[in-house]
Design a protein around this ligand. Structure first.
Ligand code: PXP
Length: 246
C-alpha cells in the first residue's frame, strides 16, 4: 500500500503561547522539530478570531519550513487575500463558528456550491492544492468533485468521539462510512485525506483505509509531546500509521 503522509497540526503550540501572551513556545520551532521527526507537512489554521495561529505565524511557517504548508481557513474574502499573498502548498477550507472549541462539522459544499466554485478558482490559479474538509456523505463528496477541488479531507471527529466513549459498534459503522466515502472520493479523482481527533489508540483503522493518502493530526500530538517530546511523539504516530498499512 502507498505510504501515507502525516501532516502535523501545530495550532495548539500557539494556544499555549497565547495563554501567557508571550512569545514561547514558538510554533515555527515546533514545525521544524516535526519536520526533523519525519512529518510530511505542517498544517496550521488561521481562524477569524486568531485564537491560536496568527498572521505572523503563517508567514514564519511559509518562510521557515522545508515541507509543504497546509493553510487551513474558512472560505472568507479576508482569508482568500492572505492565501493569495502567501501562496502555501495547500489550502484546506473548513467551516468556522466563533463559539466552537474546534472544527465541529464538515463544510457544507453542496449547500454553497456556486460560491465555493468561484472562491477556489484564484487559489487554484495561484498553484495551491485546494482541499474541502467534509463529512463522509456522498452529497458533499460529489459536490467537492464538481467544484474542482483537488482533495477532500474526511472529518474523523465523530468516529474519534465514538471510539473514546467505548461505543464500538457505532464506531465501526462510522468507519465503514468513512471507508465508503474514501472509495467514492477516489473514484471521482479526488485525493483523500482524513483527520480530527486521531490518537495512538484510534488511528490504525483510519490509517489502514487504502485511499487515504494523508492524515492531519494535531491536538493529541501536542499533548503527547508534554510527556515524550514532540519528535518522539510524532515518530510513534508514524510507526503506528505504517504498521496499520503494512
Ligand atoms: N484536519 C482539520 C481540517 C482540522 O480542522 C483539524 C483541527 O484543527 C485537524 C485536522 C486536526 O485535528 P486534531 O487537532 O483533533 O488532531
Amino acid at each position: 500500500m502507498q505510504k501515507q503522509r502525516l501532516g502535523v497540526n501545530i495550532d495548539h503550540v500557539a494556544t499555549v503561547r497565547n495563554a501567557r501572551g508571550s512569545v514561547w513556545p514558538d510554533p515555527l520551532r515546533a514545525a521544524l522539530l516535526a519536520e526533523a521527526a519525519g512529518a510530511d507537512g505542517i498544517t496550521a489554521h488561521l481562524r477569524e478570531d486568531r485564537r491560536h495561529i496568527r498572521d505572523a505565524d503563517m508567514e514564519a511557517l511559509k518562510a521557515g519550513i522545508g515541507i509543504p504548508l497546509n493553510f487551513e481557513c474558512a472560505a472568507t474574502a479576508e482569508m482568500q487575500a492572505i492565501v493569495l499573498r502567501l501562496r502555501p502548498h495547500a489550502v484546506c477550507l473548513v467551516p468556522e463558528r466563533r463559539e466552537e472549541r474546534t472544527t465541529e462539522g464538515g463544510l457544507d459544499v453542496a449547500g454553497d456550491e456556486a460560491r465555493l466554485r468561484d472562491y477556489l478558482v484564484p487559489l487554484r490559479e495561484a498553484g495551491c492544492r485546494v482541499s474541502m474538509f467534509i463529512g463522509h456523505d456522498a452529497r458533499q463528496i460529489e459536490a467537492s468533485a464538481r467544484i474542482g477541488a483537488a482533495v477532500v479531507e474526511l472529518h474523523t471527529g465523530h468516529y474519534s468521539d465514538l471510539h473514546a466513549e467505548g461505543r464500538a459498534a457505532e464506531a465501526d459503522a462510522e468507519l465503514a462510512a468513512l471507508r465508503a466515502g474514501a472509495t467514492l472520493a477516489a473514484s471521482l479523482g479526488l485525493e483523500v485525506h482524513a483527520g480530527h481527533g486521531l490518537t495512538y489508540e484510534n488511528v490504525a483503522p483510519v490509517a489502514a483505509i487504502p485511499e487515504v493518502q494523508e492524515l492531519n493530526i494535531g491536538h493529541f500530538l501536542i499533548g503527547e509531546a508534554i510527556y515524550l517530546g514532540l519528535g518522539p511523539a510524532i515518530e510513534e504516530m508514524r510507526r503506528r500509521m505504517d504498521a496499520a498499512r503494512a
